[in-house]
Design a protein around this ligand. Structure first.
Ligand SMILES: Cc1cc2nc3c(=O)[nH]c(=O)nc-3n(C[C@H](O)[C@H](O)[C@H](O)COP(=O)(O)OP(=O)(O)OC[C@H]3O[C@@H](n4cnc5c(N)ncnc54)[C@H](O)[C@@H]3O)c2cc1C
Length: 407
């Protein structure tokens, strides 16, 4: 397993700046005309040229360059009208599975999975939460038992976003119930089309069923799809969770992107809705959004090579708070119109998408922002303990074997 700093770099990667990156993209486009090429072939070629995620190693879609240069690459491809990999559809793969595979995977796993993941040929989902293990993820009970070169998995997962679209999943299981809960877990990469994987929709307040229950019955996973060592699943899962918080709440965004942009456009185009109180609330939201955006930018730059740490939890808390505040403000601004939620039919979305939906959808869906990826309470605990160094919660079961914990 390669340590994180051991990313192979393009010989000139250290010397590249944003202009240099743009130049590389223009050269690539001169040889690969997006208008004349099949979309998948174009994206595969972009990956092979190291222009997928520039901070990844050479040979794995990157140039070993600074993560901060990614924005220039994305902008240049967009300006040329090139197709993208539909990041909303493959967000779990990009934001969570990929950094975990990069950090903990073997060379074979990295080569096999990262290219189809980035290109969007394989959608990934996250099989972590269970009916009895959400915030307390280490309490999970899905069992994986070794059988020669395979593992046989039985259990139930819940709240699995986009499992109905996914071909692959990241999965945490219990492999040893006789040791304290954090020590007996193992992490796998799973084929969602394997026999024994059953996906059932869970309908949400929005009307959509964006997430699912997933039942695993005697699912066989080859040992070659184990990520990290047996018993090391908690540590591997931490990489996923830290990345998840940044993927949900962080990242470099243009000014007035996201919810504040939606609200500001509404404000500008409909002067008849304005009041002084609304103006005040909008300005406060705008300033808070801009502060959050700049903090996200700083975090992205700090992450130039490394992995996110517990600091990403703060971005995610602020993101959730702003999404809820601003989607509420949008309803207030729109008055009666805002109360109409236009579509209650049961739908199975292809992606989580706030921008193209109605205000009612945004208001209802934003409620989940303070739960998904770690609740705001849990993230406050993480900040208290791991950023501020405050005393930790009393964990009475931390030395007890998992099988002996009353449940
Ligand atoms: C929209 C959405 C998408 C999701 N997608 C996925 C997915 O794709 N894959 C996946 O695996 N999971 C997913 N989840 C599940 C999510 O990770 C869990 O819901 C979350 O971790 C909380 O777990 P829980 O629901 O079991 O609540 P619980 O853990 O039972 O928490 C209940 C309440 O108690 C509080 N609480 C619990 N423990 C503490 C503590 N120690 N200190 C203070 N307060 C505490 C919590 O903050 C919460 O308010 C998704 C959830 C949502 C809403």
């Amino acid at each position: 397993m390669a340590p994180l700093t051991d990313v192979s770099s393009h010989p000139s990667a250290a010397a590249l700046d944003a202009d240099g990156m743009r130049e590389l993209v223009r050269k690539f486009l001169a040889e690969h005309d997006p208008a004349a090429m099949d979309r998948t072939d174009f994206l595969r070629a972009r990956f092979d040229a190291g222009l997928a995620w520039v901070h990844f190693p050479v040979g794995l879609g990157g140039l070993g360059a600074s993560r901060a240069l990614q924005e220039a690459v994305v902008d240049e491809f967009a300006a040329a009208g090139a197709p993208d990999n539909n990041p909303r559809r493959i967000g779990i793969g990009l934001g969570m599975a990929a950094p975990t595979i990069l950090r903990h995977g073997t060379d074979e796993q990295r080569s096999r999975y990262l290219r189809p993941l980035w290109v969007g040929e394989q959608v990934w989902c996250q099989l972590f939460s269970e009916p009895g293990a959400g915030s307390d993820l280490a309490g999970l009970g899905t069992r994986a038992v070794r059988d020669g070169d395979n593992w046989i998995v039985n259990g139930q997962k819940v709240w699995t976003s986009m499992a109905h679209e996914a071909q692959r999943a990241i999965l945490v299981t219990r492999t040893d119930p006789n040791v304290p809960k954090h020590q007996g877990m193992t992490y796998f990469l799973v084929d969602m089309t394997a026999p024994g994987v059953q996906v059932r929709p869970l309908r949400q307040a929005t009307g959509e069923a964006e997430f699912n229950e997933v039942f695993l019955t005697d699912v066989r996973i080859p040992d070659s799809d184990r990520l990290g060592d047996v018993g090391d699943g908690w540590r591997v899962a931490q990489t996923t969770l830290m990345n998840e918080r940044v993927a949900i709440g962080g990242g470099a965004q243009p000014r007035e992107a996201g919810m504040i942009g939606v609200l500001a456009r509404e404000w500008r185009s409909r002067p008849e809705l304005r009041t002084h109180a609304m103006h005040d609330a909008l300005l406060q939201g705008w300033v808070a959004s801009e502060a959050a955006r700049l903090a996200g930018l700083r975090l992205t730059q700090q992450l130039a090579v490394g992995q996110p740490g517990p600091e990403g939890s703060a971005s995610k808390i602020v993101y959730a708070r702003l999404m809820q505040q601003l989607s509420g403000l949008e309803l207030e601004l729109l008055g009666e119109d805002g109360l109409r939620h236009d579509d209650w039919t049961m739908r199975r979305p292809e992606a989580v998408d706030f921008a193209s939906k109605s205000p009612g959808y945004r208001y209802l869906r934003a409620k989940g922002n303070s739960i998904e990826g770690g609740t705001s309470e849990i993230l406050r605990n993480i900040i208290a303990e791991r950023v501020l160094g405050l005393p930790s919660e009393m964990r009475v079961d931390k030395d007890v074997a998992w099988k002996d914990i009353p449940r």
